[in-house]
Design a protein around this ligand. Sequence first.
Ligand code: GAL
Length: 343
Amino acid sequence: MRRTLGLLCAAAMLAAAGCGQTSPDKEPQNIKIGVSIYDQYDTFIGLLTDRFLRLAREKEEALDTTITILQESAAGNQIDQNVQVEDFIQSGCDVICINIVDRTDASVIIDIAEAAGIPVIFFNRELVEEDLERWDKLYYVGAEALQSGRMQGQILIDLCRSGFKQVDRNGDGLLQYVMLEGEAGHQDAIMRTQYSVSTVEAAGYRLERLGDEIANWNRAQADNKMTQFLEAHPNAIEVVFSNNDEMALGTIDALHRAGVQPEDWPVVLGIDGTPAALQALEEGEMAGTVLNNALGQAQSMLDLACAVVVGSPLPDNLENGKYIRLPYETITPANVARYKETS
Ligand code: GAL
């Protein structure tokens, strides 16, 4: 059964770089953008698409071009998402933004879009490179997954340098940790899992893995997995590496329910910089996170979408004519206030 998030129509005037900039010899254009996300319940994707709609609406003041955005959720089903792409094309979309369900299964979408001559901007869930190379009107907007893993590891290194005994609570010289992973096969889950740990090891610290479970970016699943870790290793977990903030918050739910006291609280690390995680940082329940720049990615998608339709110069941050990757940023209690202002 096909489930959709619904049809959101945001009519907005284009003012951003490249958006709706009309040269004297060019008629203003209306632009229709189709957006399909992999899952309507994903917190970070919700933030990103909210910002995308808001940025589009913010252009309403300027110029005589209208953007209409049609938004759907594939609810985790690649076949439904393929149909949504066909529907977008039937509805006259000029460009399509896809947060693909299965990053290894992009061929149907690429074939349909290429046959219709409609450019596709994939975002957040990165295709294999060969797929993106199949047509010159395919793009990707996201971030460098490896960088986020390294930054998460660096937060732990900095904590160890400023007070190793507070991290290594049992004083055995090893850091006992558990890992909460995002979806199997997702580029961010793979890289974050690998590089968070390897960065800490490369700095000379020794780690002992007590557990590693997939919780699919999901708070409730992470709560469940952390509850099991705590039962198996009571008062022994010193560090929680979580591939995203929602799962870090799930581990905090489990820590509270298990009655873990502040002196026994592990170092909890996330990624994304969601408002709830920033709050947890301020309250001392999370030690750090890494900003996954939803606003920057939304802005880049909008700029690129407009540029490919209007035919204006493509954004400066487009690499190899295909990729825009926004840098991650480290957030700790020392700088969280700045991020709260802008989140
Ligand atoms: C990641 C993000 C996760 C989740 C995932 C979905 O970049 O950190 O929280 O949203 O994308 O693809």
